[in-house]
Design a protein around this ligand. Structure first.
Ligand SMILES: Nc1ncnc2c1ncn2[C@@H]1O[C@H](COP(=O)(O)OP(=O)(O)O)[C@@H](O)[C@H]1O
Ligand SMILES: [Mg+2]
Length: 315
């Protein structure tokens, strides 16, 4: 199956070394029509990867740097009084773009975060009683640093659900780091690269993703995996005391859609169990809550999801 996303992947790889998961998840998010949260330590190319992705897509892009002094109107826009005409006029905020980089989202206070999260959920913005739709491709990629910093506001757990995936970014390998160093020395050689994909191409790829086949057995597998985050006892009694809260049906929808997108990226027109297992972590890790017991025992979300995918039989 031919797809235009290989060109976009190559475009990202002209500046980003390694970080295969990060790049694959970005493309999966674009194809699955979902928002992504990237989490990792500073300096792991979160911001640069999103900027490079956006530069490869011929559509309006806006980076919004989240800071403690931001107000909701700085995101959505606001009604400004025009003295000459004696009435108010709406000045659109940066959210009215196709691709949004919400950089360091946990540095802004909750009011600002919820303005963004509402727009993400509803794909429209209401200011002064007037509702305006957001553009077609509209996608938010947010970043946050994983170290607990002073003056940050952790995203509310209930709102994390609006991100289709939360992807954890890891350190590069030593070889990759050497390549990063060499590439930095020959910087700017790629500065004038052209966009690889248009909005129309993204829309038609998204339609193709919707048609990727998921067998009924795999649909059941997804429902069972997500169900196991709520009640793992049929599979492993020992997991029950570790979970405080499981994932919602949004997770089920997200796991199916991202698996379709991954299959499409790999050039398949059907989903395999491997797609589902590969994406389970990114789709589930921000949607489950660990119990006190789990935290006391030092069990983290990654280990818990791994145990769930281990104990639930693959069809
Ligand atoms: N895998 C990588 N490939 C290319 N450049 C990288 C990579 N990792 C880090 N860098 C470089 O390190 C710097 C920090 O990246 P940045 O995107 O600002 O990180 P973050 O947003 O995660 O804090 C940039 O100059 C970036 O080009
Ligand atoms: Mg950054």
């Amino acid at each position: 199956m031919k797809n235009d996303f290989n060109a976009l992947k190559a475009h990202i790889e002209t500046t980003i070394v390694g970080q295969k998961t990060l790049i694959e998840r970005l493309l999966t998010g674009v194809l699955a029509n979902g928002h992504i949260l990237l989490e990792g330590l500073p300096g792991l190319a979160k911001t640069s990867a999103v900027q490079q992705l956006a530069s490869g897509m011929a559509m309006p892009f806006q980076r919004i740097q989240f800071t403690p002094d931001l107000i909701p109107g700085d995101i959505t826009g606001s009604d400004i009084f025009v003295p000459q005409d004696g009435h108010f006029q709406f000045v659109a905020g940066p959210i009215f773009n196709e691709i949004i980089l919400a950089d360091e989202i946990n540095r802004a206070p909750p009011k600002v975060q919820s303005a963004l999260l509402e727009a993400m959920q509803e794909r429209q913005v209401t200011v002064g009683g007037v509702t305006r739709p957001l553009p077609d491709i509209f996608m938010v990629i947010a970043t946050q640093n994983s170290i607990e910093q002073e003056g940050t506001y952790p995203l509310p757990e209930a709102q994390l659900d609006r991100f289709m995936m939360k992807t954890l970014i890891d350190y590069p390998s030593a070889d990759e780091e050497l390549a990063i160093l060499r590439r930095a020395q020959q910087a700017d050689s790629h500065a004038h690269n052209r966009a690889a994909i248009t909005a129309a191409q993204v829309s038609s790829a998204r339609e193709a993703v919707n048609k990727v086949y998921i067998d009924e057995m795999l649909e059941r597998y997804i429902v069972t995996l997500v169900g196991a985050t709520r009640d793992p006892s049929p599979w492993d009694e020992a997991l029950t005391p570790l979970l405080a809260r499981g994932a919602s049906p949004r997770a089920t929808l997200a796991l199916a859609q991202t698996s379709r997108a991954r299959a499409y990226l790999k050039g398949r027109d059907f989903v395999e169990p491997g797609d589902i297992i590969e994406l389970a972590h990114d789709v589930l890790n921000h949607r489950i809550a660990l119990s006190f017991t789990a935290r006391a025992e030092g069990v983290n979300c990654r280990q818990l999801i791994e145990r769930i995918t281990d104990v639930v039989p693959i069809p």
